[in-house]
Design a protein around this ligand. Structure first.
Ligand SMILES: Cc1cc2nc3c(=O)[nH]c(=O)nc-3n(C[C@H](O)[C@H](O)[C@H](O)COP(=O)(O)OP(=O)(O)OC[C@H]3O[C@@H](n4cnc5c(N)ncnc54)[C@H](O)[C@@H]3O)c2cc1C
Ligand code: SF4
Length: 805
């Protein structure tokens, strides 16, 4: 029997996924022809964000290469656009005058990016962010231009902005609404997101309507409706997409916003179907792959004549693919008369959770800062779970594995790649997989945004039972490599690698430039391993560390000079007062670390402020020793038996400036009354009858943890010796960005105690630390003395205030 002719218009993610599903069911039933306007084989559009952010390359995002079409006897006409369809004679016409007959036709023409109809939108340097060409254009522009403006503070705009930052551009994001991602987040989460992205270096113009793109032929800037102008060499429009329906409309296929389809993806014309972003189902048009893949499955069964469940629509969930930012949103997000919410907001550690309830059922969620629960919540939203189910899990501490147990095999685990629980379980069982990395390699689950990793881990645990070992789960330092922190550090030592680029090249990074996660980490590891020879790569550091001051929410900076041991004098106070007057400092605040914070300093004034202060940097922004808090001690306090101030100052002077995986805080109290709060510091010292007790691994912040007694010594010199060994051991073995409280728990208190208790090891650690300490410079002084650094780093960039409305 002759094969039926099946044609697909649109070689994108939805259409080709549907063909894959058809091939799985009936590989030989159809003679398949595919038309695609783009000159590429089918690729993963989602990954364009990662390409731009340097986390992967264009070569790596192909889903089905040219061979796949050959192997499956598919005729592909790439770089060819269909211009007409005769729906009666069932013939397709393309722009190369090709005519192809069909028996069944799938329209999967996707969307087209919306370009604002404003003056100047056609200038050279204006681009959308939709396809490989857009991505290449941005990468090319970033080589010779400095300033980018992204119009649109939604998912796509922010991912583009992060990519452009990674490419070394200064980035302004312009958004019409007063807060970011206003379609997926509420104002609280939106503003938290803004703060996080500002700390990464993004600059925002909120509540602004762009009126004109400025420039002659090339883009020179933007003008807003309130008359304000900003400069820009590149403008990225990420203001939305619209279903690509023109072809369907011209051919008489019923169209509303999208191509209208029923629950089996059939259009109003016989033998013509539609899936993907161009299809409108029950008045909904979807712009994320998970629903499109669901549609593809339903249609595949329909076309193959198999009984299938109707497509009933999907709950949308989103995650932002920006390194270091965890945001999740699903279902409904705003309260009304009938929809109430349960909220948890922790301003201190920057986490926010809102779970929506309508008619007693879980109907939506927003997570910021910690998205571990995202898949569980999505599953509950999809199941329309009763609020009691959420409350039970949320309050009982019941392991999440039980939630995985209740998921059906059809439920999607990885929304980005449309991988179900069943796919993962089958892969684990049939291929003997034991780690998340292996599951990723085999099924693509967690390949894109990585948000479903915890759930994949739970499925592994559930499927393998006792054979699953959490400790064996190798965690790569970022998506640019499969190597873990320990492997990278070992390779740097063994191969004597000396630059971040060299590490990336030699160790086979899958990106040429790394990402915002691995770059600062590699910079730290290299500096720790080669303390004398290594030249710090400032561009790999976060903005506060690059500028040696903390950026505040209104775009100004705070300056904290060092006050050793929390002790000051009239001369220092006079200098601080004079500087506060001269530079119009908005707030002078005594900090918990016993020094004075000067808020509201403009970026271009920072070098002047430092020069006038003539005091060392307090490193309030650094991953290093922050402060040594001290109590009054023996000189004035009637309980004090020890010189806590003297020891505190000695510790601070000895260990200031040395780079550590995360910030380090210390304290010295002269008696067990512990006025300096030594029990919640990374290292705390307490005076007791003629001796000092040394405590480690304490934390007074989000990971509240009491410090543990490491040892008791007699003299201040011994305290300094133990402290040196402790800091160096932490420097050498902790993960970048791991506080001591977490490190002590991970490595084990007893292990650390044994190592530091060993006299020889202690000496060796101190020798290595002394070497690192010997080359450190005072950073503010270095900047004051260098015109080049001042011009490069401290030009004025306006960052508007966050609205509190
Ligand atoms: C940068 C970026 C990041 C994204 N991130 C995510 C994410 O994290 N998670 C997520 O779920 N989704 C994400 N998306 C959205 C996701 O990529 C889309 O939902 C998905 O690609 C849509 O698939 P589609 O097949 O409907 O359309 P497309 O992938 O756009 O495919 C349509 C294809 O049809 C072709 N075509 C159109 N008309 C014709 C014609 N007349 N003749 C021939 N060919 C034609 C087009 O050229 C195109 O190649 C992202 C999108 C972008 C751009
Ligand atoms: S810790 Fe003891 S010595 Fe220090 S100030 Fe408090 S009471 Fe006095």
């Amino acid at each position: 029997m002759a094969k039926q002719k099946l044609a697909l218009i649109g070689n994108g993610m939805a259409g080709v996924r549907c063909i894959e599903e058809i091939l799985k069911i009936q590989p030989d039933r159809f003679e398949v022809t595919v038309f695609g306007s783009e000159p590429h084989p089918n690729y993963d559009r989602i990954q364009l964000s990662n390409v731009l952010q340097g986390a992967t390359t264009i070569d790596d995002i192909t889903i089905n290469d040219w061979n796949w079409y050959k192997e499956n006897n598919i005729t592909l006409f790439s770089g060819e656009t269909v211009t007409n369809i005769d729906t009666v004679k069932q013939i397709i016409y393309s722009d190369t005058n090709r005519e192809v007959e069909y028996d069944q036709l799938i329209l999967a023409t996707g969307s087209i990016p919306f370009i604002l109809p404003i003056k100047g939108a056609d200038k050279k340097g204006v681009t959308a962010f939709r396809n490989i060409e857009d991505c290449e254009k941005m990468i090319e522009y970033s080589k010779n231009n400095k300033k980018a403006a992204v119009i649109g503070g939604g998912l796509l705009g922010l991912e583009a902005a992060r990519g452009l930052l990674n490419l070394g551009m200064q980035v302004d994001v312009i958004h019409l609404s007063e807060y970011l991602m206003d379609r997926q987040l509420d104002p609280t989460a939106g503003k938290m997101l803004q703060r996080e992205l500002e700390s990464q270096g993004m600059n925002f113009y909120l509540g602004k309507q762009t009126q004109e793109v400025l420039g002659e032929i090339d883009v020179k800037g933007l003008r807003f409706s309130d008359g304000e102008e900003i400069s820009a060499d590149l403008v990225v429009m990420a203001v939305g997409i619209k279903p690509n329906v023109q072809l369907a409309k011209n051919c008489g296929i019923p169209v509303n916003r999208g191509i209208i389809v029923d629950d089996y993806m059939e259009t109003g014309i016989p033998n013509i179907y539609s899936v993907g972003e161009c299809a409108e189902h029950r008045e909904m048009v979807y712009g994320l792959v998970a629903p499109l893949y669901e549609q593809g499955k339903v249609l595949a069964k329909r076309i193959c004549g198999q009984e299938s469940k109707a497509y009933e629509g999907s709950v949308l969930s989103t995650k932002l693919k920006v390194s270091g930012v965890d945001v999740f949103s699903a279902g409904e997000i705003f309260e009304d008369e009938k929809a109430k919410s349960i909220k948890e907001f922790n301003e201190w550690n920057g986490t926010y959770k809102k779970v929506m309830i309508r008619n007693g059922k879980i109907s939506g969620a927003v997570l910021f800062g910690d998205t571990k629960e995202s898949n569980n919540l999505l599953s509950m939203i999809n199941k329309n779970a009763d609020v009691s189910e959420y409350l039970k899990v949320g309050t009982s501490g019941e392991p999440s594995v039980s939630l995985v147990t209740s998921m059906s095999h059809e439920e999607i685990v990885c929304g980005c790649n449309g991988v179900t629980k069943g796919d993962i379980v089958t892969a684990i069982e049939s291929k003997g997989l034991t780690s998340i990395e292996e599951v990723k390699g085999c099924t693509s689950a967690s390949r894109s945004c990585g948000g479903c990793k915890p759930l994949v881990g739970d499925i592994l645990e559930l499927t393998l039972g006792a054979d699953f070992s959490k400790s064996n789960q190798k965690e790569s330092i970022c998506t640019c490599t499969t190597l873990s922190r320990d492997e990278v550090v070992a390779e740097i030592r063994e191969k004597n690698l000396t630059h971040t680029r060299e590490v990336m090249n030699v160790l086979g990074w899958n990106t040429s430039d790394g990402c915002s996660k691995c770059k600062p980490a590699l910079n730290y590891y290299l500096g720790m391993i080669h303390p004398v020879e290594y030249e710090d790569e400032k561009e790999s550091r976060y903005v506060n560390e690059r500028l040696h001051a903390n950026i505040q929410k209104d775009g100004t900076f705070s300056v904290v000079p060092r006050m050793y041991g929390g002790v000051t004098n009239p001369e220092q106070l006079r200098k601080i007062a004079n500087v506060a007057d001269k530079y119009n400092v908005k707030l002078l605040k005594v900090t918990g670390g016993q020094r004075i914070d000067m808020f509201g300093v403009e970026k271009e004034d920072l070098p002047g402020v430092w020069a006038d202060l003539d005091m060392p940097s307090g490193y309030a922004y650094g991953k290093t020793l922050r402060t040594v808090k001290t109590c009054v001690g023996e000189n004035f306090c009637r309980f004090g038996t020890q010189d806590s101030i003297g020891l505190g100052i000695a510790l601070e002077k000895k260990f200031e400036r040395v780079g550590t995986p995360h910030k380090v805080k210390m304290a010295v109290s002269a008696c067990p009354r512990n006025c300096a709060e030594s029990g919640i510091k990374d290292l705390g010292v307490v005076g007791v009858d003629g001796a000092w007790e040394i405590y480690i691994g304490g934390n007074g912040g989000t990971h509240l943890r009491a410090a543990e007694l490491l040892c008791k010594v007699k003299t201040s010199d011994e305290v300094i010796e133990i402290t040196g060994a402790y800091i160096q051991h932490y420097r050498e073995t902790a993960n970048y960005l791991e506080r001591t409280s977490v490190w002590v728990e991970r490595v084990g208190f007893d292990t650390i105690k044994t190592i530091i208790g060993d006299k020889q090891k202690r000496n060796e650690l101190n020798q290595r630390l002394d070497e690192a300490l010997s080359v450190l410079q005072e950073p503010w002084k270095e900047i004051i003395e260098s015109n080049a650094i001042q011009t490069g780093l401290f030009q004025k960039v306006k960052i508007p205030a966050i609205s509190n409305k």
